[in-house]
Design a protein around this ligand. Structure first.
Ligand code: SF4
Length: 54
């Protein structure tokens, strides 16, 4: 079964319910990115807040 991959949002988090498991894309129309840091300085400081547990 193929999912509706949003070609504008690439993602490798296969553990997310919104991930297109056969391809490295998200299925959502848009996502929200945030941070858990008070002063983010690198990519690791950011999070996808649209993540949903499977
Ligand atoms: S919601 Fe975020 S973490 Fe989940 S598949 Fe989409 S981009 Fe990846």
């Amino acid at each position: 079964m193929s999912c509706k991959a949003n070609q504008c949002i690439r993602c490798t988090v296969k553990e997310c319910a919104n991930h297109c498991t056969d391809k490295d894309y998200c299925v959502l129309d848009s996502i929200m990115i945030g941070t858990h840091e008070t002063n983010p300085t690198k990519a690791e400081c950011t999070d996808c807040q649209s993540f949903l547990r499977k």
